[in-house]
Ligand binder design. Sequence first.
Ligand SMILES: [Zn+2]
Length: 75
Amino acid sequence: MAEPTQTAGTATSPTGYAWCSWHKNFSDGTRLVQLSDQGSAFGARGLFACEPCREVHHLVPVADQPMPGAEADAT
Ligand SMILES: [Zn+2]
């Protein structure tokens, strides 16, 4: 059984129908790509982007981003 490396199964990778902040519409397959660093004035926890917008704008889902503080990589 060849299992795909990326399966949408658990709550660790929230994917679903949400407001895409990039093309300004609801879309399926959105991922949280940016956490809100300000007060949740609009009740939003962050910005979601659908898959096409993530590709166009090179957005990396928060769940796939490196841990904060791990920016000291070799460059
Ligand atoms: Zn979008």
